[in-house]
Write a protein that binds this ligand. Structure first.
Ligand code: ATP
Length: 251
């Protein structure tokens, strides 16, 4: 693998659910090492499916990559088991901030370290580093996750992914259902992780202006296809994307 090899390459994938529903058609994209890339698109465009194909979680919903391939760190991982991908540093945070409601915040975070075999000392050090990014979680470490706010649950979901020491995080709609101030806080943390630890991110997001403020590059999906791509600067400029969204909204 050369140093300029992207951390993730998706090459012309097609994804079928239940052998009948074609959710993605010929989707190609790449994430450079240390980059934040966003996937934009309306509901049902195929953003979640793209992320789930990369982490191989689509299979849990009877979805299958029937064409194309997924290359992570130079290796074809199209058929790799999700837990092996997580061990290799590719971790997904699912849409809807799945937390174990009956476990404490800290127990949720510790669950994220499962794919790794690490000493207790290392585990505690990793926990402290997650708390350094999310001081709110440290304050609530003994609370049941089910009783925390939506924003805190999103932080738990991201914090749990961080416990796997990821190199690439696939993040599905982190802003969903959250107040603007909390969303801003979460994106700031993503930015810090990217800058300080070099973690790469592929983020599916409907909040276009916010996502493009933090990302370097973006892809726009429509009906399972990539219809536009470019630097965040280009996509944020008035033009195609604006027209596209206005049309979608009017529709
Ligand atoms: P949203 O923001 O609403 O999640 P999305 O852009 O993430 O939208 P996907 O969830 O990837 O879009 O959906 C893409 C297409 O695949 C849609 O037509 C959807 O109905 C279909 N689809 C998604 N999940 C499944 C599933 N488990 N079984 C069957 N079809 C599915």
């Amino acid at each position: 693998m050369t140093t300029d090899e992207p951390i993730l390459r998706i090459e012309g994938i097609e994804v079928l659910y239940e052998s009948t529903i074609l959710a993605l058609r010929d989707v190609s994209l790449s994430v450079a090492r240390g980059q934040i890339v966003v996937l934009l698109g309306a509901n049902g465009a195929g953003k979640s499916t793209t992320l789930k194909a990369a982490s191989n979680l689509a299979r849990a919903e009877r979805g299958e990559v029937v064409r194309g391939r997924i290359v992570y760190q130079g290796r074809d991982v199209t058929r790799s088991a999700p837990h092996l991908l997580a061990q290799g540093g590719l971790v997904q945070v699912l849409e809807g901030r799945h937390c174990f409601g009956q476990l404490t915040v800290e127990e949720n975070l510790l669950a994220g370290a499962q794919p790794r075999q690490v000493s207790r000392r290392q585990l505690l050090a990793d926990l402290e580093s997650v708390y350094a990014h999310f001081p709110r979680l440290k304050l609530r470490r003994k609370s049941l996750a089910g009783y925390t706010s939506g924003g805190e649950q999103q932080m738990i979901a991201i914090g749990r992914a961080l416990m796997a020491r990821p190199q690439l995080v696939l993040l599905d709609e982190p802003s969903m259902g959250l107040a603007p101030q909390i969303v801003e806080e979460i994106f700031e943390i993503i930015h810090q992780l990217n800058q300080r630890e070099g973690t790469s991110f592929l983020i599916a997001e409907q909040n276009i202006s916010l996502a493009l403020r933090y990302a370097q590059y973006g892809y726009v999906l429509e009906s399972g296809r990539v219809v536009s791509e470019g630097s965040a600067e280009r996509l944020a400029a008035p033009g195609d994307l604006e027209d596209f969204y206005l049309a979608a909204r009017a529709g």
